[in-house]
Ligand binder design. Structure first.
Ligand code: GMT
Length: 379
């Protein structure tokens, strides 16, 4: 198939899922056209069957806000028309689903019928989507999607509770290519970060408020008093300076290594013992899945889709949002002796395997086939 993928190219789970999906589909022989305003950050190497189309918005002084959505729709029309796309797959509802609807209508006038699929990733519904100023556009563009997918049952439930959706929403979880995780030779050496007697805790995020990175520091502060440990922080974002302030207040900075943004943190995850994700809300938690694929158990909150990924007492533990004392207690339980840690590492990996690309990719392909054949039958 000839597939157009629209996503946010910057650091963030939805862009990662869209890019990895495109790469995996291209390897299976599909032709993938990424349509974004800059090169997706994980699309950093040449892959046959992948094409990149940049959406550029000229800066006109007339506008306070440049009309990105119109430029995106025009680019989708262009790519669909000349590359003969079979379908458009847009990741993140705002503004991609509305832009896809507009592109679809323009193409229809030219006698070209093309379906669009919208994948919901979370904050497009749980945070941004709660803003009433977006309500009618989200509802309309979802109801006119030829198919809707959501990355967890929890996000599906949230979407149905918040918007009047007349379509079925297919749950297709985030995925990882387990082979890449098991065969990779990590570039990073554990002894560079920690002494042999120390454990290594890791957190990866975009340091937005919703990630509650301050809880990561509070958990670490309790854990290191019982279990000698180091904490590696990967990522950057609006909360980073507050986090730096807090580490000075807690006097933990010497045991914390802040690495900033890393496009693919697999090498760092390879040296970790325990991953921590204390988010306020998390529709799935791709960062935690990537950690589990590197055999790291996960301490997370029990919010959103996290309980669908992290199984309490098996791949790690779940706690209420903000209950950093409970998270620390669970972390100590996992880290305190080698035998328990080994057991949890094994169980986390087993759980990650259930989200392998080979299991998840056919679910997207079957939706693609369904919408394309339905459209062919109705035109
Ligand atoms: O987590 C973020 O802040 C980035 C966000 C995004 O939109 O890129 O991630 C969302 O989509 C990921 C991929 O489906 C999910 O794994 C994340 O859980 C989800 N983030 C939130 O719901 C906060």
């Amino acid at each position: 198939m000839n597939i157009g993928i629209v996503c946010y190219p910057t650091f963030g789970g939805s862009g990662v899922v869209a890019t990895e999906l495109g790469i995996a589909l291209a390897k299976k022989g599909h032709k993938i056209h990424f349509i974004t305003y800059s090169q997706p950050f994980r699309l950093d190497h040449f892959t046959e069957n992948i094409f990149y189309h940049e959406v550029s918005v000229n800066d006109y002084p007339l506008f306070d806000y440049q009309p990105y959505e119109s430029a995106l729709s025009s680019k989708m029309v262009d790519v669909a028309r000349y590359e003969k796309l079979d379908l458009l797959h847009v990741h993140y509802a705002i503004p991609h689903a509305a832009a896809a609807y507009l592109a679809q209508q323009i193409l229809k006038h030219e006698g070209i019928d093309i379906p669009y699929i919208t994948t919901l990733h979370g904050t497009d519904i749980t945070l941004v989507g709660r803003d009433p100023s977006f309500e009618s556009v989200i509802r309309f563009s979802l109801n006119h999607s030829d198919a809707i997918t959501s990355v967890s049952q929890s996000l599906k439930d949230d979407t149905l509770a918040q918007f009047h959706i007349e379509k079925d929403i297919h749950v297709i979880p985030n995925f990882i290519n387990i082979k890449e995780y098991t065969t990779a030779k990590p570039l990073c050496h554990r002894n560079h970060y920690a002494a042999p007697n120390e454990r290594v805790m890791v957190h990866v995020s975009n340091f937005r408020k919703v990630k509650r990175v301050e809880d990561v520091l509070r958990v670490f502060d309790i854990v290191r008093k019982t279990v000698p440990s180091k904490l590696i922080l990967v990522g950057d974002g609006p909360e980073r300076s507050n986090i730096e302030k807090l580490c000075r207040q807690l006097n933990t900075c010497n045991d914390i290594i802040s690495l900033g943004k890393i496009a693919n943190p697999r090498d760092i995850l390879a040296v970790g013992d325990l991953f921590i994700l204390p988010s306020e809300t998390e529709s799935f938690g791709l960062a935690a899945l990537e950690a589990m694929a590197m055999k790291m158990p996960v301490i997370s909150t029990n919010t959103g889709g996290l309980p669908e990924l992290n199984i309490h007492g098996k791949s790690g533990f779940l706690s209420n949002v903000g209950d950093y004392e409970d998270m620390a207690k669970n972390a100590i339980h996992i880290l305190k002796d080698d035998h328990t840690l080994k057991q949890f590492k094994k169980q986390a990996f087993e759980q990650a395997k259930t989200f392998d690309l080979e299991v998840i990719l056919p679910k997207y392909e079957s939706i693609y086939e369904h919408v394309v054949s339905r459209m062919a039958a109705t035109t």
